[in-house]
Design a protein around this ligand. Structure first.
Ligand SMILES: Nc1ncnc2c1ncn2[C@@H]1O[C@H](COP(=O)(O)OP(=O)(O)O)[C@@H](O)[C@H]1O
Ligand SMILES: [Mg+2]
Length: 489
């Protein structure tokens, strides 16, 4: 089963509570309306009974008590009473339709009834149940379950009748319960309808509030999931701000870890390639170098003895052999197990020793050469030969990048936070952004005659000296290589 969100549970519980309250309200409303109408009816019955009592014709007293009447036959006395009382009842029922009422006299057992006329002048009373009123003279209305009247419960009130201060009987007034109930139903119906309309509005309102909450939450969750740091709905749920901050921090961590991993994977792949090249270099270079030395020796010998016009050919052969030799040297310097002869020395001194060579190369191509060596510079713990190769590889690349055009090669040293910096920059063709990552790969070259080993060797040398190497370049504007070595302690 799917878990139900807390706000949905709150919604369901609130709806149930409100519904229960509404039902309770409806029930109490019906009760109180019913009570109200009964009270109203009781008041009415009481008033009518009092009026009937007051309107009792004075002749009734005489009929009941004077000696001349007492000698009259009983049925005549009854007829006399009915004759006097019936008009009062008729008049009352005419102005109060829906009510029934009557007079009862204890001594003569005479009853006058309205709106239906009784046959009281005879010996039989048409409504036997009315005799039940005799023992119960109640000034408080009660419900009469009348079996014989018209089989419908009635709301009835009986009230004592007095003649000359003596109780002679009672008057009764009643109304059908059905009449009261009709009014209750009509009145309570409106009230309950109002309550239910209110209930529906409340329900719709709550539904829209909870729906909005639901949507905002869902949107918020989606935005957090998609990595938004300032999602729209967050201010409506301030309790979630710490959660969002944690998620953002975790995501940033994950991102940087992933980037680190990617860089490490690239580095491992590069090292793998270097390892392979190292093994090849170690194996092949040695095997080639010895016969190469012999070949170069013989070529030199033959060149000395050769005729003048063949000498240029020998010179070309020698140049090419030197190039092959250089490639072999590059291969060898990629071999990782190569021993370094490191010692503490001044980087500026190594650069100064190369100055004439670099200067000649730049002058040959009509380039400017700027040298800015910071003094004093901390010493570095390096292999001088390797650093020379590093500098020559980089300056050679810089000169090649500037080609025949006018340009400037600059070599700068400085130091910063325990590190000695070497900066080699040119105003050459530059490197495109998509190639920046590849230039250190072995065999990557854009030159027809290039080997693609120069920068791979440089990186190797820098790493063996626990240094770092960065490249910045703008296509068509120039390139800068920045190398940092830890200062010697
Ligand atoms: N200073 C530079 N300016 C422009 N491109 C350069 C520079 N240095 C290196 N490169 C690019 O990096 C590539 C690799 O250089 P490198 O490893 O020295 O091999 P090679 O010089 O034999 O091509 C070059 O072919 C060139 O495209
Ligand atoms: Mg090169």
């Amino acid at each position: 089963m799917l878990p139900v969100a807390i706000h949905k549970r709150v919604y369901i519980i609130t709806v149930c509570i409100i519904t229960l309250l509404m039902i309770l309200f409806a029930v109490t409303t019906i009760r109180s309306v019913e009570q109200l109408y009964r009270d109203k009816e009781a008041q009415e019955l009481m008033t009518m009974a009092a009026v009937l009592g007051q309107r009792l014709p004075p002749s009734v007293g005489k009929v009941l008590s004077t000696p001349e009447f007492s000698i009259m036959p009983e049925h005549e006395r009854r007829a006399a009473l009915e004759r006097d009382c019936q008009p009062v009842l008729d008049e009352m029922t005419a102005t109060h339709p829906g009510y029934s009422m009557g007079y009862y006299f204890d001594s003569l057992k005479v009853i006058a009834v309205a709106p239906v006329r009784s046959n009281v002048s005879g010996s039989n009373i048409s409504y036997p149940s009315l005799t039940d009123y005799v023992p119960r003279v109640l000034t408080v209305p009660y419900i009469e379950n009348d079996e014989s009247w018209d089989r419908q419960p009635r709301f009835t009130l009986t009230y004592p009748l007095l003649a000359d201060g003596n109780r002679v009987g009672h008057v009764w007034v009643s109304v059908k319960m059905e009449n009261i109930e009709k009014q209750v139903r009509r009145n309570a119906g409106w009230q309950i309808a109002g309550v239910w309309i209110l209930w529906s509005i409340l329900l719709l309102l709550m539904r829209s509030i909870f729906n909005k909450m639901d949507k905002t939450l869902a949107l918020l969750a989606q935005e957090i999931q998609e990595g938004s740091e300032h999602p729209d709905g967050i201010n409506q749920f301030p309790q979630l701000i710490p959660v969002l901050n944690t998620v953002t921090a975790l995501r940033a961590n994950l991102q940087s870890e992933l980037q680190k991993k990617e860089r490490m994977d690239q580095e491992i792949a590069r090292l793998d390639r270097m390892q392979l090249i190292s093994q090849m270099a170690a194996g092949v270079a040695h095997e080639i170098r010895n016969p190469m030395t012999v070949v170069m020796g013989f070529v030199q010998m033959m060149a000395q003895k050769a005729e003048e016009k063949a000498k240029t050919n020998f010179a070309i052969i020698m140049d090419e052999l030197k190039r092959v030799n250089e490639i072999i040297s590059d291969f060898l310097s990629l071999a990782r197990n190569k021993d370094f002869e490191r010692r503490k020395q001044q980087l500026n001194e190594i650069i100064s020793s190369l100055h004439p060579l670099i200067y000649t190369d730049t002058v040959k191509q009509g380039l400017d050469f700027v040298l800015q060596l910071e003094e004093p510079l901390p010493e570095v713990y390096v292999d001088g030969k390797e650093i020379k190769q590093l500098i020559l590889n980089l300056t050679r690349n810089a000169i090649e990048a500037m080609g025949e055009e006018k340009g400037m090669l600059m070599l700068k040293t400085s130091h910063n936070k325990g590190q000695v910096e070497l900066c080699i920059s040119d105003t050459g063709c530059g490197i495109s952004q998509d190639m920046l990552d590849k230039v250190f790969d072995p065999f990557f070259t854009t030159k027809a005659e290039g080997t693609g080993l120069g920068l791979a060797v440089c990186k190797n040398i820098v790493e063996h000296h626990h240094g770092t190497m960065q490249v910045q370049s703008m296509q068509g504007q120039g390139t800068t290589f920045l190398i940092r070595f830890p200062a010697a302690k």
